[in-house]
Design a protein around this ligand. Structure first.
Ligand code: FAD
Length: 558
């Protein structure tokens, strides 16, 4: 393992120099969960690997999900047992690899008269679900009476409620999981470049052997050469396939999913709840720290891929399902403090509605050697990576005969000094609570730090000593320092949206610390005033989109 490669924005020029001058075994296009998972798997097996991402890591679907590491109960309804078994088993593995980031979460599934799942079907379905995923006996599903259900979640609609299923899943932060995957890949020698867009493919004898990239931060273009290339471009996969030739046979079907966020005091949900909406769709309501979020919609999408926004119809729909399932929760559009909207890169099947489309991943191999992967789930990133890297190695073996070996990621923790398990995570939170209180912060920030950064929290807390601002601002500044030097933050949005989740979960705190953090970023990243202005403009746009509801989708740009 190579511990010398820093994942610092300050080493970007060095990284670019390196990617220009070497020939890689594998170049991965796309820095979402799929691409970073592939980069880690490949690098850990010894492939010389580079990953390029046109925006920030996780700026596509991988920061817009429901943020659950779940087996997918709905696949059971579709009788897709293999998918349930795989994602179900993967949950526990990803939890073991990052126990601070993939947290056990008990789910409540109310059973209502005339709902999607009846009492016996729920009981049987959840039992099969647990068995397929190998859930330990103590964690297996319990079927609860109406009274017990109301005790656990008093906000639920009592009318028509027959009881509930209470079962085990996991919750995560998709963007942080992605960044830890990329960081871990760099520990094995991979190079990860954000803001590096693949514009075109370069061929030798009609086989793809290079990509032409643009550095989106300074406009320079350069080539990267490789033996094999994988496109994990998420919703952009077909755009990349088009550059390589015609998109034949299967193509993507994009559906939009929106989540809305309420302050927890306005929607004081106790348990993550997976419930029926009046139109039969299943919706999640998730309590998380100081907020509760609700999602998701699932509608066909043909708009702008780079700026996906929530519409008035989306917020009205989600508010109506909240009212239906939690009638005592009195919330309107004015109570929504933030939202996020993302695209599912699903595989098109004629005649299927968005909710009926399979969530399975598929691999496409072009005549010229471009391997693309799309579909799938955040939860299944590791197995998707294993399949892809097996394929790449098989293709390379024919030529190089280098014994790269089997997938190792089941045993690679997603952190240099990992916490051992949930108990260790809890102990560390208690430890930090004392220190956090001494720093003038409320206890909440101990959990926030540990579940975002694991043991790296120590570095951030120590850095707070350098700042004399009020405690929350000092914390933000320490995080900004950490995220530039250890997490490749190149733009303000990387910090406020994906490294800290503040745009979604702590939107008020942005106002509090924005100016001072922007000044710090300007200093660390050597921005001139024009760049600072541009960064502020992007932040204004993001804040606007997270707090407004559009009449219609923004138009696609070619
Ligand atoms: P992305 O994250 O979109 O990554 C693709 C990347 O490729 C992008 O960052 C993009 O910028 C980059 N790229 C594209 N073109 C280029 C180029 N030319 N050059 C360089 N880079 C390029 N899954 C779960 O397991 N649990 C959930 O709870 C869950 N909920 C979901 C809810 C919603 C609303 C949505 C939309 C998805 C949800 N998913 C969930 C699915 C999950 O989010 C996706 O399957 C996963 O994030 C896809 O990751 P990806 O890496 O394939 O795509």
């Amino acid at each position: 393992m190579n511990k010398t490669i820093a994942f610092s924005a300050l080493s970007r020029n060095e990284n670019i120099k390196q990617v220009k001058s070497e020939i890689f075994d594998l170049v991965v296009i796309g820095g979402g969960a799929t691409g970073t998972g592939i980069a880690l798997d490949a690098a850990a097996r010894g492939l010389k690997t580079a990953l390029v991402e046109k925006g920030d890591f996780a700026s596509g679907a991988s920061s817009k999900s429901t943020k659950l590491i779940h087996g997918g109960l709905r696949y059971l309804k579709q009788l897709d047992m293999a998918l349930v078994r795989e994602t179900g088993t993967e949950r526990a593995i990803v939890h073991r690899l990052a126990p601070h980031l993939v947290l056990p979460e008990k789910m409540l599934m109310p059973i209502i008269k005339g709902g999607t799942y009846g009492k016996w079907a729920s009981s049987f379905g959840l039992m099969i679900y647990d068995i397929l995923a190998g859930v330990k006996a103590a964690d297996r599903r319990k079927m609860l009476s109406k009274e017990k259900t109301m005790q656990l979640e008093p906000l639920l609609n009592e009318n028509g409620l027959k009881g509930s299923g209470y079962y085990a899943e996991y919750r995560t932060d998709d963007a942080r999981l992605t960044i830890e995957l990329m960081k871990t890949a760099t520990q094995y020698g991979a190079i990860g470049l954000n803001y590096c867009k693949v514009e075109d493919f370069i061929y030798e004898n009609d086989i793809v052997k290079g990509v032409l990239c643009t550095d989106k931060l300074d406009g320079q273009t350069f080539e990267i050469k490789f033996k094999k290339v994988v496109s994990a471009g998420g919703p952009w996969v077909d755009k990349l396939r088009k550059k390589d030739g015609l998109v034949k046979w299967k193509k993507l079907h994009l559906t939009k999913g929106v989540h809305i966020v309420f302050p927890h005091e306005k929607f004081p949900l106790k348990h993550t709840t997976y419930f029926d909406s009046p139109d039969g769709r299943m919706i999640f309501a998730v309590p998380r720290g100081r907020i509760t979020y609700v999602g998701t919609t699932d509608t066909n999408y043909k708009g702008n891929l780079n700026r996906v926004v929530a519409s008035q119809a989306d917020s009205a729909y989600l508010l109506s399902v909240v009212k239906y399932a939690f009638p005592s929760v009195n919330v309107g559009v004015e109570d929504i403090i933030s939202n996020w909207a993302g695209l599912r890169p699903l595989i098109h099947k004629e005649g299927k509605s968005p909710s009926e489309l399979s969530r399975k991943d598929e691999i496409f191999i072009s005549k010229k050697g471009l391997i693309s992967i799309a579909g799938g789930k955040l939860t299944g990133y590791r197995k998707m990576a294993e399949r892809i890297v097996d394929l790449v190695i098989k293709q390379m073996d024919d030529v190089t005969k280098v014994p790269f070996g089997k997938c190792k990621t089941e045993k690679i923790p997603l952190m240099l000094e990992p916490l051992a398990n949930t108990k260790a995570v809890q102990r560390y939170i208690y430890e930090l609570e004392k220190i956090i209180l001494e720093k003038g912060l409320v206890k909440y920030y101990a959990r926030y730090l540990v579940t975002n950064y694991g043991r790296q929290s120590n570095l951030i807390i120590e850095k707070m000593n350098d700042f004399s601002d009020q405690p929350e601002v000092a914390l933000g500044r320490a995080e900004a320092w950490f995220s530039v030097h250890h997490e490749m933050v190149n733009r303000a949005e990387d910090f406020f949206v994906r490294r800290t989740g503040r745009l979604y979960f702590e939107i008020k705190s942005i106002k509090l610390m924005r100016e001072v953090v922007m000044n710090d970023l300007q200093m660390y990243l050597k921005w001139d005033d024009t760049r600072l202005k541009a960064e502020n403009k992007i932040m204004d746009e993001l804040l606007y989109d997270a707090t407004h509801y559009y009449e219609k989708e923004l138009e696609a740009v070619s």
